[in-house]
Design a protein around this ligand. Structure first.
Ligand SMILES: C[S@@+](CC[C@H](N)C(=O)[O-])C[C@H]1O[C@@H](n2cnc3c(N)ncnc32)[C@H](O)[C@@H]1O
Length: 238
């Protein structure tokens, strides 16, 4: 808003004062630069700078190409069902990969019927991999966003996976029902996740988090599934 107001003001002031007209394209670039600068000044996460810069330019470009309005509606609906409550949870969708799933498998004690949950299971890759490689385990995925959940459900059914996919909020799950809780969330979710795991998980339970550590809580294990990529952290509940 500040960047927009500043550029509008400039567009009105410059022509009579300096005899300079600002085109819409230049105004968009100026607004993008100013908004990105403000994002930096207010110490927002780095990706906000990119979003702030690109947003006004994207509006001008999309206006110029005159796409039918149904395209915007479709894009809005797609993002809605993909990201759903991200504004509240601060955990968007981005998938982990097979190297992470393999690393998680190596941390599961052999020969025991473990109950494992992927909280925020996305498109279900982790749950299906674990149920395939460790068939003795009961593996559950819980996912809040409708699109990833329905995809994981259909993928699970189509491939005959023994993994179970539940639609819901992991906050409503009692972690005490599971021996291993796997999370790939975001830094914002970690303090509350630790409080919940610490309160509910049984002694000896294992909390795993890919990429995001828990501030102030030393992990008992740290491994790097893909060499120089992010770490997989583990905490034994004691
Ligand atoms: C970074 S993705 C990880 C997906 C998957 N676990 C993986 O490893 O590929 C995080 C997922 O958590 C979901 N999520 C965020 N908050 C949640 C909540 N409170 N309950 C259930 N799912 C949640 C998001 O919708 C998103 O799909």
């Amino acid at each position: 808003m500040i960047a927009f107001a500043a550029v509008v003001l400039l567009a009105f002031v410059l022509p009579p004062v300096a005899g300079v007209q600002i085109s819409i394209a230049i105004a968009a670039v100026m607004q993008g630069c100013l908004a990105a600068l403000l994002a930096r000044v207010f110490r927002l996460a780095p990706w906000w700078m990119v979003i702030a810069f690109c947003f006004p330019i994207a509006i001008v470009v999309s206006n110029a190409v005159q796409l039918p309005s149904v395209v915007y509606l479709a894009a809005f609906l797609l993002f809605l069902v993909l990201f759903w409550s991200t504004f509240r949870t601060q955990v968007p969708f981005y998938p982990s990969n097979e190297a992470v799933w393999r690393a998680v498998t190596t941390l599961l004690p052999e020969g025991r019927q473990l109950r494992v949950i992927d909280i925020g299971s996305g498109f279900g890759g982790m749950v299906m991999y674990l149920s395939r490689t460790r068939p003795e385990c009961e593996v559950v995925g819980i996912e809040l966003a409708p699109l990833p959940w329905i995809c994981s459900f259909v993928r699970g059914r189509a491939s005959g996976s023994a993994g179970r996919f539940v639609r819901g909020d992991y906050d409503s799950v009692n972690f005490g029902d599971f021996d291993v809780v796997f999370a790939y969330l975001s830094p914002a979710a970690m303090p509350a996740l630790w409080r919940k795991a610490h309160t509910e998980m049984c002694k000896g339970g294992l909390l795993l988090s890919y990429e995001f550590a828990i501030p102030g809580v030393e992990p008992g294990m740290v491994i790097y599934p893909s060499g120089d990529g992010p770490a997989l952290y583990g905490w034994r509940i004691g």
